[in-house]
Design a protein around this ligand. Structure first.
Ligand code: LLP
Length: 395
C-alpha cells in the first residue's frame, strides 16, 4: 500500500483481483450444475478493469442505465447477458438496450411496460421481460437501501402481478422471460431472502397454472458483507437456500454487487494533520465524503487500518477536508497515526468510487487494481482542469 501511495498518490482506491475472482468462483461453485446466471450489479463498481475481471470469468451483468450498458460493452462484457433494472428507464435507454439485444428488462410499472412494448414494436423486436414484483418483506437493513416493502418505490405489488403478466402475454412485441425481485442491500439474514423467494415462487406457480411460463427467477442482489461485527450468510449457504426454494426447471438469476467486490477494495489515504480540540482528536486525512460517502449518508462503518503508524494509539475521529460536519469517515477509533502516515479504509470496493463526487472542486481519486504481483492503473486521478473543461465563461 505504501508503494502504491508513492507511485499513484493519495487518496486512491485499491482493489484486489484475487478477492473478486474468489468471490465469483464461490458463487459459481455453489450453483454447481444448477442452471443459473450471475449478473454482477455494475452500480457497485463500474470501473472497466473490474468489469473486465468479471467478464473474463463469464459473469453476466445487471445494469440500471444506458451508461452502465456502454461500460459493459467497453469492458468486453457480453451485452446479451445483461439484465436492465430500475424504475425510470428512458425511451432512449430502452431503445439502446433493445438494439444491444439484452437478456431481460426488469419492469417496474405498467407505464414502463407500455413504453417498452411501443419501442420494441417500432424496432420490430420482441422484448424479453420480467416483472419486478414487490414481495413486501422487511429486509431489516438501512432504510435507504431497503427496497422490498410496499412503501418503497420499487417493483409492482404482488397483488397486481398476475394481471400485468396476462397483459404481457397478450402483447406481441413482448416475451415473458422471467420474474424478478430485490428486497434490499447489505442483507445479513437469510430469512427475508427466503421469504421473498417463496412468495415469488408462489406467483410462478400461479402463472404456470394459466400457462404463462417463465424461464428464470431473478432474486436480485443484496447479500451482505462483514464491515464490523455483522455475520451475513456465506455465499454457499445463500445459494443453497435459493436452490432449495426455486424448482430446478427454472434458471436462477442473481444480481450480486457488494458481495463480489465490497471486500476487494480499500481507500488509501494520507493523514494531513492531527487536530486536538477540547472534546476530540481529529485525524484529518486527504480522503473525504467526496471519495467515500457511505459513513456520512448511511452512518456506515468502515474499518480503518494504519498502513504506517507513528504515535501511540488513542481514540480519534477520522475526517476529511470538506466543509461539512457530516464529512467524517470513521468515529471513535483507536489509531496511532499522525501527519504523513497512511491509513486504509477497508471494504470500500462496492459503492465507494461510484458514489464519489467533485464537491469542493475535488478531483476524483485514482483507482489501482492489484493483479498478482503487479499494479494495474485502473483509472487516472482526475485533474482540476478536467473538472471545468466542459464549462463556459460568459461570451
Ligand atoms: N439488484 C438491484 C435491483 C439493486 O437495486 C441492487 C442494489 C443490486 C442488485 C445489488 O445489490 P448488492 O448485491 O450490491 O447489495 N449505495 C448503497 C447500496 C445501494 C444498493 C442499491 N441497489 C450502499 O452504499 O450501501
Amino acid at each position: 500500500m505504501a508503494s502504491i501511495a508513492e507511485k499513484y498518490g493519495t487518496p486512491c482506491y485499491v482493489y484486489s483481483r484475487a478477492i473478486i475472482e474468489s468471490n465469483f468462483k464461490a458463487y459459481s461453485a455453489a450453483f454447481g450444475k444448477r442452471r443459473h446466471r450471475i449478473c454482477y450489479a455494475v452500480k457497485a463498481n463500474g470501473n472497466l478493469a473490474i468489469l473486465d475481471v468479471l467478464a473474463r470469468l463469464g459473469s453476466a451483468f445487471d445494469i440500471v442505465s444506458g451508461g452502465e450498458l456502454d461500460r459493459v460493452g467497453a469492458a468486453g462484457g457480453n451485452q446479451q447477458t445483461v439484465t436492465f433494472a430500475g424504475v425510470g428507464k428512458t425511451r432512449a435507454e430502452l431503445e439502446k438496450a433493445l438494439k444491444a439485444d439484452i437478456a431481460c428488462f426488469n419492469i417496474e410499472s405498467i407505464e414502463e411496460l407500455q413504453l417498452l412494448a411501443q419501442v420494441a414494436e417500432a424496432l420490430g423486436r420482441k422484448a424479453p421481460v420480467a416483472l419486478r414484483v414487490n414481495p413486501d418483506v422487511d429486509a431489516d437493513t438501512h432504510p435507504y437501501i431497503a427496497t422490498g416493502l410496499n412503501e418503497n418505490k420499487f417493483g409492482i405489488p404482488m397483488a397486481d402481478a398476475m394481471d400485468v403478466y396476462r397483459q404481457i402475454a397478450a402483447l406481441p412485441s413482448l416475451r415473458v422471460a422471467g420474474v424478478a425481485c430485490h428486497i434490499g442491500s447489505q442483507l445479513t439474514a437469510l430469512t427475508p431472502i427466503i421469504d421473498a423467494a417463496k412468495r415469488v415462487m408462489k406467483l410462478v406457480k400461479s402463472l404456470h397454472r394459466e400457462h404463462i411460463e417463465v424461464d428464470h427467477v431473478d432474486v436480485g442482489g443484496g447479500l451482505g458483507i462483514v464491515y464490523d461485527d455483522e455475520s451475513p450468510p456465506a455465499i454457499q449457504a445463500y445459494v443453497e437456500a435459493l436452490c432449495q426454494i426455486i424448482d430446478p426447471c427454472y434458471r436462477i438469476v442473481i444480481e450480486p454487487g457488494r458481495s463480489l467486490v465490497g471486500a476487494a477494495g480499500a481507500l488509501l489515504s494520507r493523514v494531513q494533520y492531527l487536530k486536538q480540540t477540547p472534546q476530540k482528536t481529529f485525524v484529518i486525512c486527504d480522503a473525504a465524503m467526496t471519495e467515500l460517502i457511505r459513513p456520512a449518508l448511511y452512518q456506515a462503518y468502515h474499518d480503518v487500518l494504519p498502513v504506517t503508524a507513528s504515535i501511540e494509539e488513542h481514540v480519534v475521529d477520522v475526517v476529511g477536508p470538506v466543509c461539512e460536519s457530516g464529512d467524517f469517515l470513521a468515529r471513535d477509533r483507536k489509531l496511532g497515526v499522525s501527519g504523513g502516515d497512511l491509513i486504509a479504509l477497508m471494504d470500500c470496493g462496492a459503492y465507494g468510487f461510484v458514489m464519489a463526487s467533485n464537491y469542493n472542486a475535488r478531483p476524483r481519486p485514482a483507482e489501482v487494481l492489484i493483479d498478482r504481483d503487479k499494479f494495474h492503473l485502473a483509472r487516472e486521478r482526475e485533474t482540476s482542469p478536467q473538472l471545468y473543461a466542459t464549462e463556459y465563461r460568459l461570451t
